[in-house]
Design a protein around this ligand. Structure first.
Ligand SMILES: NC(=O)c1ccc[n+]([C@@H]2O[C@H](COP(=O)([O-])OP(=O)(O)OC[C@H]3O[C@@H](n4cnc5c(N)ncnc54)[C@H](O)[C@@H]3O)[C@@H](O)[C@H]2O)c1
Length: 360
């Protein structure tokens, strides 16, 4: 006898929701219902995936689903997720979990009250290349991390309801905090609006990580001629670049570095440093589609009751960082990000964030 199918409703069949539908539909014993208020989108879903059910309103589906994936624009993540959680449905919400700290907290609280699993779609924490980069850092091969530089640039998909930071930075903030095992304490932002007049489309963020002592710099743009998806980790011994645009060399480890020059009183020329050059090595990383890993993990959590590796609390932490970037953009100065412990102490949150061992 087969297993009872797990019924998953995907709310929002746009650019990204259609990918959720593809991967969920490929998993054994999963029945997918596509829910979108736009009937044209539903026709497209039926044409691409004839086996899925369709619906226009989540309210009509609350009784007939076990779980929901929210892949609508960020501004409506919270109300839709809240509706699902209150109906007792396990819920996976795309990044960012919500568009304010208060909303994100209400989702974490609702999941706790209903005793259902809340997960956030931090896709890069399910990416084998990011796992590999973390392994390389943890092994000590790079030496002490001096700084991390991340860039996510292209002629991007301008969003109606958020700026480039809320759209793209959840990826980089989740990657760097996962790599360093730490949520940043301070964010400083320079951001500019160039097109459309409503939302910033280019931003540079500096994040401070007290324990690791290594800052991270994140450059985001919807207004850039080249598609760049890159994370560079500069260590005292070696440096590594994770280039998500590369097919077969997504990580390269550079055995290069710079050391202070030996003091030579007599020399009046030359560099104040000496350079080391060595091999460039690219480790083999078996390909697994991150979204398939992520959604497969969600379905497993729904079936077993296991806590997801990126629970709502993790999404809440990243929303706190995003909210701090708004403060910094407005004031021009650094903004403090309340730590999970401080927030828990205030009784306004809970946040038990686990940043290691993320592999499902
Ligand atoms: N994890 C990733 O790598 C990744 C990549 C891209 C987008 N995303 C996220 O996915 C989400 C969707 O982004 P997108 O680019 O696919 O957007 P989109 O605009 O292409 O699609 C959104 C869809 O949601 C539907 N929708 C809107 N409000 C709705 C409602 N109240 N009920 C039902 N349907 C509704 C729209 O009709 C549309 O079909 C966003 O949260 C975005 O941040 C994640």
């Amino acid at each position: 006898m087969g297993r009872t199918p797990t019924r998953v409703g995907v709310v929002g069949y746009g650019y990204w929701g259609s990918k959720h539908v593809r991967v969920l539909n490929s998993l054994p014993d999963v029945e997918v219902t596509v829910i979108d208020q736009d009937e044209q989108r539903l026709r497209e879903a039926m044409s691409s995936f004839p086996s899925v059910r369709i619906a226009t309103d989540l309210a009509d589906e609350l009784e007939s689903q076990d779980a929901v994936v929210v892949a609508t624009p960020p501004g409506v993540h919270a109300p839709i997720a809240l509706q699902a959680l209150k109906a007792g449905l396990h819920t996976l919400v795309e990044k960012p979990l919500a568009t304010s700290v208060e909303e994100a907290e209400s989702l974490v609280e609702a999941a706790r009250s209903a005793d259902v699993r809340l997960m956030v779609g931090h896709t890069f924490e399910y990416n084998p290349a990011v796992w590999k980069l973390k392994e390389i850092i943890a092994s000590g091969e790079l030496g002490r991390v001096l700084y991390i530089d991340a860039a996510r640039l292209s002629l991007g998909r301008y969003q109606h309801d958020c700026n480039v930071i809320w759209d793209l930075a959840p990826h980089d903030i989740s990657i760097v905090s996962y790599l360093l095992d730490e949520v940043p304490q301070t964010a400083s932002v320079w951001a500019q609006r160039n097109v459309g007049g409503q939302h910033e489309d280019v931003a540079y963020i500096r994040l401070e990580f007290e324990q690791s002592g290594a800052p991270a710099f994140v450059h985001l743009s919807w207004l850039h001629p080249e598609k760049v998806r890159r994370v560079t980790v500069v260590g005292e011994k070696k440096m590594a670049i994770y280039n998500d645009m590369s097919d077969n060399e997504r990580i390269r480890i550079y055995d290069v570095g710079v050391d202070p020059a030996q003091v030579d009183e007599g020399a009046s020329h030359g560099f104040p440093v000496s350079y080391r050059f060595g091999d460039i090595v690219s480790p083999f990383i078996p390909f697994q589609e991150p979204l398939l890993v992520q959604d497969g993990h969600f379905v497993e959590c729904v079936r077993t009751g296991r806590e997801p590796q990126t629970p709502g609390e993790r999404g809440l932490d990243i929303v706190r960082v995003l909210a701090a970037t708004d403060v910094s953009t407005a004031t021009g100065g650094p903004a403090t990000i309340p730590s999970t412990l401080e927030v828990a102490g205030n009784g306004t949150g809970n946040g038990s964030v686990r940043l290691s061992g993320v592999r499902p």
